[in-house]
Design a protein around this ligand. Structure first.
Ligand SMILES: NC(=O)c1ccc[n+]([C@@H]2O[C@H](COP(=O)([O-])OP(=O)(O)OC[C@H]3O[C@@H](n4cnc5c(N)ncnc54)[C@H](OP(=O)(O)O)[C@@H]3O)[C@@H](O)[C@H]2O)c1
Length: 292
């Protein structure tokens, strides 16, 4: 398949490019930075996007490129809409112009977090912060402009080689810093490599629609941290449970943004339990000390 991956220098995008090529696909990548064979294309530049898409005439465009700095989005909400919303509109229009399907990688932050059960794919969205709003604008653009779409929401990604929650907490533990972690924020920790595998399967199906690709199960930030600290050999290290209100930040995350992968299960695409995914991640990083 001829595939374009946006955000190809990012955490998910760079892994996707490698994975899809290893499966024999013809893959071209774009990002804000030209590195190796990734072309510099700003997704907010309508003409540049169209030139790139017409030059490669992909069958599928996988679109993870985004301004992912959630607190930055809260400080500059209009920039968030321009990159994540209107940039996605450009990709959806370009995809429609060459009759390509588009896979939009979205977020659990399109939900308001007030649910008492994990969100299903077709539950009502209601973002409560500028990042979530901008990703929701992107969803709306893709849904309305290109019928051949997959909207894939994910959450709390942890990836090799980039900064993420696991590396931040383990770094603080190694430095002997006191740890305080939030208890009243709940979602699904999701391994970047598992998400990429699921996306590679999804594009072969032609089963357009909305998907929640997260590792199975949900937990609080505190439970997530406690789990990987124990597994990485820090079982004796104390972690203070705190409320989100005690951790001031520019953005307000939804409190309960756990998602259920029902549509994926229906077509046989399920990600393993988050605890198994964390073990696999730690093992690959050489950090698994318990249960090896
Ligand atoms: N990470 C998570 O926990 C998480 C959770 C839920 C959903 N998601 C979604 O998953 C997707 C992938 O996330 P990720 O963690 O892989 O993000 P990432 O590492 O930040 O990658 C995003 C890439 O997009 C690039 N980009 C930003 N603005 C662009 C523009 N105008 N034109 C072209 N490229 C641009 C970024 O470049 P710069 O670095 O130069 O800005 C970066 O290389 C995103 O759509 C995100 O919203 C992520």
């Amino acid at each position: 398949m001829r595939i374009i991956v946006t955000g190809a220098a990012g955490r998910l995008g760079s892994h996707l490019v490698r994975l899809l090529r290893s499966r024999g696909h013809d893959v071209n990548g774009l990002d804000m930075m030209a590195v190796d064979d990734i072309t510099r294309v700003d997704i907010t530049d309508f003409d540049a996007v169209h030139r790139f898409i017409y030059a490669h005439r992909p069958e599928v465009i996988i679109h993870p490129a985004a301004w992912t700095d959630v607190d930055g989005c809260a400080r500059d909400p209009e920039r968030a809409i321009i990159v994540n919303g209107l940039g996605t509109q450009n990709m959806a229009l370009a995809a429609a112009a060459v009759k390509a399907a588009v896979v939009y990688v979205s977020s659990n932050e399109v939900f308001d977090g007030k649910s008492t059960r994990p969100y299903y794919e077709y539950d009502a969205t209601h973002p409560i912060n500028p990042y979530g709003y901008s990703k929701w604008v992107g969803e709306r653009a893709v849904m309305s402009l290109n019928p051949h779409h997959y909207i894939v929401r994910t959450a709390w990604l942890f990836a090799h080689g980039g900064k993420n929650f696991i590396q931040a907490i383990l770094g603080a533990a190694q430095a002997g810093k006191p740890l305080r972690v939030v208890t009243n924020e709940v979602a699904n920790p999701t391994y970047n490599d598992d998400l990429a595998e699921a996306l590679a399967l999804l594009i072969e199906t032609g089963r357009f629609g909305i998907y929640h690709f997260v590792n199975e199960g949900a937990c609080s930030r505190y439970q997530f941290a406690r789990y990987f600290l124990d597994k990485a050999g820090y079982a004796d290290l104390p972690v203070s449970p705190i409320a989100a209100q005690e951790w001031p930040r520019a953005s307000t995350p939804p409190a309960y943004a756990a998602m259920r992968n029902l549509a994926g299960q229906h077509i046989g695409i399920v990600l393993r339990p988050w605890q198994d995914a964390v073990d696999a991640f730690l093992e690959k990083e050489g950090l698994l000390r318990v249960g090896e």
